[in-house]
Design a protein around this ligand. Structure first.
Ligand code: GNG
Ligand code: 3PO
Ligand code: MG
Length: 511
């Protein structure tokens, strides 16, 4: 542990929220700090956060969103919700392991008594980490980004012929980079109006780049932390307030966000393969061979060696997989189930241990939020295990024709929906305002499309419009807000709802 003598984690906890927040800046803000109000008051506020999150529609919608398999009917195959529940459990396990390993040292870092608060913060961040994901997963994201990349520049306020505007290119860049993580920050801060404590929101912020900016160069200090957009321009003030409330420097993460990320990495790599076997895409013995081969390719130096403590009783990854196979073959009835239970039991402990050890080993950088990589991305055998699982999922699951067909359909549905709603974007500002005020003479199609927009999203559009920056024209800002409105609408849909809406508007379903 380097540079840890002056660490005081209490500085990263506060019970402050956006509404009811202290007005007078730092002096009043200090009253909301952990030092001033104590752990019990923080825990009360986190309990309130839990209620707000678990009761939110955004979390419920995860039950009908793609994790890997779009429009899946088999409820045993994971949706985003069941995946998120597993991430929640893994996150909690990492926190408990960190505290067990720290023991009495927790006090030295200002972590004494914070185990319960940390568990709650990490659990809820894990539950929320995918709330911004659109229907059809990565293909939904790509469809939204590509559609806006192709069409936003043609909208009059964004066209080159319009007056010069400093924000034109940055906003165009943002609209062409739809990101589930950035949409999650928008959902919790604006669309769902959850009014969570800043600290709870901060744990969800996975990448620290505003989407109007470009990706940093490969060797830059935040190259990993900013590899993807983490929030939109529309939420920059919220993020700045959050950073101030928690004493975080721009570009830095909250320390607990590293735990949420590790929990996601650990959970999905095992789960995707289990789902693949459940769906009959491969047998567990084919999977076992593929895992051993992929690990040996990634780490030829230790595939068969007997020198790793990481894998429990087993001496090497290959041996661990063989032990799991043997158990599965011995089970008389449900061999698949036994294979995955045994694999999970054997791997979750070393992976969680490793994440906890990395958190402690880099406590200084983690506290600053400057550790420029994921906890598990360190070239270790555990890192290779995760990579091995991802490689096999890519080869054996994501690239089978059945899955790829569904992905193409998802892509088409999202692009098609945006195409159906395009007339709303092409109206000029006055005409759109007439629509909103209900005087829609002559706007036959547009008025009908407008009525289909969720009222909550239209309200968010209105509040955003009032936040027009000084250096931007009303037209450009309004057009940006309207594009966000369409992205909010499409990304908020579940897979099934998107399909139904697409069919309805394409006159393909029953009339
Ligand atoms: N269907 C499908 N196709 C892909 O190309 C693909 N790439 C990743 N994933 C899944 C893996 C994790 O669960 C989750 C996070 O990466 O998304 C994919 N799913
Ligand atoms: O689960 P996703 O789709 O968010 O994918 P990820 O692998 O977690 O990637 P990201 O770093 O974008 O959250
Ligand atoms: Mg994610």
């Amino acid at each position: 542990m380097s540079g840890t003598d002056t660490l005081d984690f209490t500085a990263r906890f506060s019970r402050e929220r956006p509404y009811n927040r202290p007005r007078g800046g730092d002096v009043e803000r200090a009253g909301y700090s952990l030092q001033a109000s104590g752990i019990a008051a923080l825990e009360d506020q986190l309990e309130s956060d839990r209620g707000r999150i678990i009761n939110s529609a955004a979390v419920r919608r995860l039950q009908q969103k793609t994790q890997v398999f779009p429009l899946e009917h088999n409820a045993a195959v994971r949706s985003r919700l069941t995946h998120s529940l597993e991430v929640q459990q893994t996150g909690r396990f990492i926190v408990r392991t960190i505290f067990r390993k720290l023991g009495d040292r927790a006090e030295h870092y200002g972590l004494k008594g914070l185990e319960r608060a940390m568990e709650s913060l990490v659990e809820m961040a894990c539950l929320m980490h995918d709330i911004g994901n659109p229907p059809f997963g990565h293909f939904g994201e790509a469809a939204i980004s590509r559609w806006f990349e192709a069409h936003a520049r043609a909208l009059v306020p964004f066209s080159d012929a319009a007056a010069p505007e400093v924000l034109r290119e940055p906003l165009l860049r943002e609209l062409a980079s739809f990101e589930g993580n950035a949409q999650a920050i928008r959902l919790l801060s604006r669309l769902q109006k959850l009014n969570l404590t800043y600290v709870q929101s901060a744990v969800v912020l996975k990448y620290t780049r505003v989407a109007t900016e470009g990706r940093p160069a490969a060797g830059a200090a935040f190259s990993y932390l900013q590899k993807k957009p983490g929030y939109y321009y529309s939420e920059r003030e919220f993020v700045e307030q959050m950073q101030r409330a928690l004493g975080m420097e721009p570009g830095c993460r909250h320390p607990l966000a590293y735990i949420m990320e590790a929990a996601d990495d650990i959970s999905y790599c095992l789960a995707d393969l289990e789902d693949g076997v459940d769906k009959g895409l491969m047998s567990f013995s084919v999977l076992a061979d593929a895992l051993k081969a992929a690990y040996a390719k990634a780490r030829p130096e230790d595939a068969d060696q007997a020198r790793f403590r990481n894998f429990g009783d087993a001496k090497s990854f290959a041996q661990l997989v063989d032990e799991v196979l043997e158990r599965a073959h011995r089970e008389p009835i449900n061999k698949d189930h036994e294979f995955f239970v045994s694999l999970r039991v054997k791997l979750i402990h070393p992976l969680v241990n490793h994440a906890a050890e990395a958190f402690i080993a880099h406590l200084g950088e983690v506290f600053q939020g400057r550790l420029n990589r994921a906890l598990l991305e360190d070239g270790s055998p555990c890192h290779s295990v995760i990579e091995t699982f991802k490689t096999v999922a890519l080869e054996q699951v994501f690239s089978v024709p059945e899955v790829e067909t569904l992905e193409l359909q998802g892509y088409r549905i999202i692009s098609g929906l945006l195409e159906h709603y395009r007339p709303l974007l092409e109206l000029d500002l006055d005409a759109f305002d007439r629509l909103r005020s209900g005087t829609s003479k002559g706007l036959l199609i547009e008025s009908r499309l407008f009525k289909r927009l969720p009222a909550k999203h239209v309200k968010a559009y209105e509040s955003m419009r009032a936040e027009q920056p000084d250096d931007t024209s009303a037209e450009l800002w309004e057009c940006y807000c309207r594009c966000r409105l369409l992205q909010d609408m499409v990304s908020g849909m579940t897979d099934q709802f998107a399909l139904d809406e697409f069919r309805t508007l394409s006159v393909m379903g029953p009339l």
